[in-house]
Design a protein around this ligand. Structure first.
Ligand code: MLT
Length: 325
């Protein structure tokens, strides 16, 4: 009995020695979460809520760094190539699954170049018009866009952005091309929509709920199967005549691929603690978003979802014949 206990203790000691000391002591300094869009947008909102709620379980500050550009792929690549020590992470969304089809020279592989930590939440999108545009519903927007084909402007956060994907699907659905106006994020994009500099923007409720309620923009459709209790007056796209125009923007947390497993495990449990935080749950619910179940807040849950989304969006984007490079 004593001999087997001693053997077990030795085995545990050897196993512990096999883990680099840094991984055992992780985290011993502040962490950074990279957001690949400008500050103040929907991705930034999700990341800052999660970062703040991860600080207590990790016992370290978690700061957010905005690294916009190339529809989010610049910041994503920065983290893929960061030191695999768990201190530099990425929060990105559906763009991780659409970029392989959009960027023929994508500098990273979404499935191979990351340690996948877990899924975060899913966020519906709202199709918005500037207040000075005389359209009051989706049907009138479609008619106006068709009458102004090649002139109507559609803002987004660059190719690979959720706003780009939504705009692409909208143009396909109405068989009409619009002029795309790219921004470094949908925070600056919605500012220009409010100012009347652009005509249309499709953006996530995490960024649009407040502006819609304040009457600064007009929402003509929600890209969800059913209306939101947080925006009960916004009809779904199907109610407005565009059946099948549904799009949910999922977000997830990533680390560089060679991050040691003990570090990944600590990040997974910190993410799960953050998403179980009542303040985070309340804020995400108020903004119309749904947190994934805890079994998907895991490396396996994220990898499975990401592969399915890559398989789903690849053909859609190839059919649209849209490339970013
Ligand atoms: C997008 O993909 O459109 C982004 O969510 C925009 C942003 O977060 O700024």
């Amino acid at each position: 009995m004593i001999r087997s206990l001693r053997a077990a203790a030795c085995a545990a000691a050897v196993a512990l020695l096999a883990v680099p000391v840094a991984a055992q002591q992780f985290p011993s300094r502040p962490l950074t979460i990279v957001v690949p869009f400008a500050a103040g947008g929907p991705t930034d909102t999700v990341a800052r809520s999660v970062a703040a709620a991860m600080e207590k379980p990790l016992g370290q500050p978690v700061v957010v760094e905005n690294k916009p550009g190339a529809g989010g792929t610049l910041g994503a690549d920065n983290v893929a190539k960061a030191a695999p020590d768990g201190y530099r992470l990425l929060v990105w969304h559906i763009g991780m699954s659409t970029s392989p089809a959009l960027y023929r020279r994508l500098p990273f592989d979404p499935m191979k170049d990351y340690a996948h930590i877990g899924l975060i939440n899913d966020v519906p999108m709202t199709l918005l018009v500037r207040n000075t545009l005389a359209v009051k519903d989706l049907g009138e927007l479609v008619a106006w866009a068709r009458a102004n084909a090649g002139k109507a402007t559609l803002a987004n956060a660059g190719l690979g952005a959720a706003s780009h994907l939504c705009g692409l699907l909208f143009q396909q659905a109405i068989q009409t091309e619009m002029i795309t106006v790219p921004y470094k994020g949908t925070a600056p994009a919605i500012t220009d929509l409010i100012g009347g500099q652009v005509d249309v923007l499709c953006d996530q409720t995490t960024n649009t709920t407040q502006q819609i309620r304040a009457g600064k923009v007009r929402a003509v459709a929600l890209t969800a199967p059913a209306r939101l209790s947080t925006l009960p007056d916004i009809p779904t796209a199907a109610e407005g005549g565009l059946k099948g125009f549904e799009l949910g923007i999922w977000h997830a947390l990533y680390a560089p691929k060679a991050t040691p497993k003990p570090v990944v495990d600590k990040l997974v449990s910190a993410l799960q603690a953050a998403l179980a935080n009542p303040d985070v749950q309340k804020r995400f619910a108020e903004l119309g978003s749904v947190i994934y179940p805890v079994e998907q807040q895991t490396p396996e849950g994220l990898r499975k979802h990401l592969q399915a989304e890559i398989d789903k969006w690849g053909p859609v984007i190839k059919k649209a014949g849209v490339y970013a490079d």
